[in-house]
Design a protein around this ligand. Structure first.
Ligand code: TPP
Ligand code: DXP
Ligand code: MG
Length: 624
């Protein structure tokens, strides 16, 4: 069928199983073709096609509330709720979001981007529903990896102690971005392998078969488990929490899915429906992709699975640069331990895990644990290196503060995806970490502009191991000119270029140093450029030297509040130095999705706008 004609999911109710299966095929074809052009979260969506169809078949969205955890797997839901015709704009500037987005549709009742929040939202909605005497179902759809994110378990624990019904769909594909890790995965595997599925299949059919007047035979006053004969079901972890369990059900069998969801719908109590799916199903390159390459994929050629715009040949990703340097040092220093909260591939740590399996730990989607685990290793005289995305570090702020900075522990926290990340948008931009890390005592924060400084910073940590070292790197590429580097870096020292003949001073850090240097090379405005690679401690000596009668401009692609600019202004004010500062950065709002250039433009931080602004500042100053 033409998916662009879908207005809302009500049409599904008229379809029979054969037609629903045909629809599933059409959706898979649509997803593969569209995502091959735009890029996006392919694998998770291919795996959830039948489940999403069944959910919209059995329930009545938006009256019934379907919440997708993370939301990266909500593309099928978007198609069924009338947004297929917007897929050309998926994850683009002003286009369709890659996650559920409340402003896009009344069917999107929840928003996320970060994992393990849907259950908390669902429990709250169920309680509010019952307080209001309303009648609808609340259905969080949670992945097997997101289910063990701490917040999910906190919400499950809460749910077990109340009488407000939630239908939890556990989408078990045995994968996070790569392979799922941890004891919970083993527990799910043991259920899958137990043979219960086949026995339950008959139970479901018996229970949900209709009587002569077409009513469900299931007695709604009873709990689901009283109707399921076969099973070990009683001893699932969910039952221990006080929530019923149904499953496992084959997540690609629409007939079974519909029966089980109907059962969950009429159950009196909260229930976990355990649905077994295959990530990447239907596209051979994405199936069995245990490294996670196809989880979030750039535009690709459908026929051979090759990426359309591969990485630049003369550059290396910042993540890889850092991971390679750590790996090299791991060969010589047995105390180095590498940690990631579920982001091996994105953090380019694949080789570290391959070559040092005993000294590398993927702790799952568990940012809080990951940081306190880092603290524990430091206390045990190891040299922990943790790589974590800036926006996911927001989850573990207390751990950096209370467990690491307060004890002044030696560790290296590589904060990846700093600044704008592009298509993932507001949930993922790394624009807040300076604001929240800078106030912490004892931390050293460095945002290098080049590969050599990044390596020198890592080396300094490995040699001194005396404080929390925070290395900030962006999503992007850099030239790795000095492959071998054993040098150390002087902590808190900035660098200055063109100190003699200039119209303005620009202070910036990270890859913006290179962008600004390149842009102004042939411009009529002569720039004295300061590479403020240390956000903390700042180079106070240099800061005092920078004061003259020329405009002092600070350019950041981070939030202006609690920024380097505000720290500099505060320092000058404390010193009684009267100097106007022109601060360019992200205003007090969440930045949009799009290409980096589009986002810069949207923020007024693109080089053309920046240049015009500086021209106006210079003209204004000349007038006075
Ligand atoms: C707090 C947080 N940490 C990490 C991520 C990155 N991330 C996005 S999806 C994902 C894997 C989710 O696995 P699962 O919940 O099983 O869903 P699946 O993709 O397998 O359907 C991860 C680690 C995130 N979005 N949020
Ligand atoms: C949904 C999610 O959180 C991740 O899949 C994220 O999109 C990865 O981003 P990168 O592509 O920057 O690794
Ligand atoms: Mg999964």
């Amino acid at each position: 069928m033409d998916l662009n004609e879908i207005k809302d999911p009500s049409f599904l109710k008229e379809l029979d199983i054969r037609q629903l299966n045909q629809l599933a095929q059409d959706i898979r074809y649509f997803l593969i073709n569209n995502i091959s052009k735009t890029g996006g979260h392919l694998s998770s969506n291919l795996g959830i096609v039948e489940l999403t169809i069944a959910l919209h078949y059995v329930f009545n969205s938006p009256k019934d509330k379907i919440l997708f955890d993370v939301g990266h797997q909500s593309y099928v839901h978007k198609i069924l709720t009338g947004r297929a015709n917007q897929f050309k704009t998926l994850r683009k500037y002003q286009g369709l979001s890659g996650f559920q987005k409340r402003c896009e549709s009344s069917h999107d009742v929840w928003e996320a981007g970060h994992s393990s929040t849907a259950l908390s939202g669902a429990v709250a909605m169920a309680i509010a529903r019952d307080l209001n005497n309303q009648d609808f179902s609340v259905i969080p759809v949670v992945g097997d990896a997101a289910m063990v994110g701490g917040e999910s378990l906190e919400a499950l624990n809460h749910l077990g102690s109340i009488n407000n019904k939630v239908i939890i769909i556990l989408n078990d594909n045995q994968m996070a971005i790569g392979k799922s890790v941890g004891g919970f995965g083993d527990f799910l595997s043991s259920i899958r392998l137990s043979g219960t599925y086949n026995n339950l299949k008959q139970d479901y059919r018996n229970i949900t078969s209709k009587n002569k007047i077409g009513k469900m035979v299931f007695n709604v006053s009873k709990r689901v488990k009283d109707f399921v004969k076969h099973g070990l079901i009683d001893d699932t972890i969910f039952e221990d929490f006080g929530v019923d369990y149904l499953g496992p059900v084959n997540g690609h069998d629409l007939d079974d899915l519909i029966r089980v969801l109907n059962l969950a719908k009429i159950s009196k109590t909260s229930v976990v429906v355990h649905v077994v799916t295959k990530k990447g199903r239907g596209y051979r390159y994405a199936e069995n992709d245990y490294a996670g390459k196809w989880h979030g994929i750039a535009p690709f050629n459908v026929n051979d699975g090759t990426i359309k715009h591969p990485e630049p040949k003369d550059k290396i990703s910042w993540s890889k640069l850092v991971a390679n340097h750590i790996e090299k040092n791991m060969a010589e220093d047995e105390d180095i331990i590498a940690i990631t909260p579920a982001m091996i591939h994105g953090s380019a740590m694949d080789n570290i895990f391959k070559h040092y399996p005993n000294r590398s730990f993927d702790v799952g989607i568990a940012e809080e644990h990951a940081l306190t685990f880092t603290a524990g290793l430091a206390v045990a005289n190891k040299k922990p290196f943790i790589s974590i995305y800036s926006s996911f570090l927001q989850r573990a702020y207390d751990q950096v503060n209370h467990d690491i900075a307060r004890m002044d522990l030696g560790c290296l926290i590589s904060v990846d995806r700093c600044g704008f990340v592009g298509a993932d948008g507001p949930t993922h931009h790394g624009v807040f970490d300076i604001g929240f890390l800078n106030p912490l005592p004892n931390v050293i924060i460095c945002t290098p502009s080049n590969a050599k400084d990044a390596k020198r910073f890592i080396n300094t940590y490995l040699v001194n191991n005396d404080h929390p070292y925070i290395l900030r790197i962006p999503r992007g590429y850099i030239k790795d000119e000095v492959v071998k580097c054993n040098e150390l870096i002087p902590i808190g020292k900035w660098k200055i270029e063109n100190n003699d003949n200039y119209d303005v001073t620009i202070i910036c850090y990270g890859q913006n140093v290179n962008m600004i240097r390149d842009y102004f090379t042939d411009k009529d405005i002569k720039v004295r450029l300061v590479d403020a690679l240390f956000i903390k401690p700042m180079d106070l000596e240099m800061l005092e030297q920078l004061v003259d009668d020329k405009p002092l401009i600070i350019y950041e692609t981070e939030l202006k509040i609690n920024s380097l600019a505000s720290n500099i202004a505060y320092y000058y004010s404390q010193k009684g130095i009267l100097k106007q500062i022109y601060s360019f950065g992200v205003d007090d709002h969440f930045s949009v999705q799009g290409s980096i250039n589009e986002i810069l433009k949207d923020e007024g931080l693109d080089m053309e706008s920046f240049y015009q602004n500086i021209k106006e500042i210079i003209d204004e100053k000349r007038k006075n």
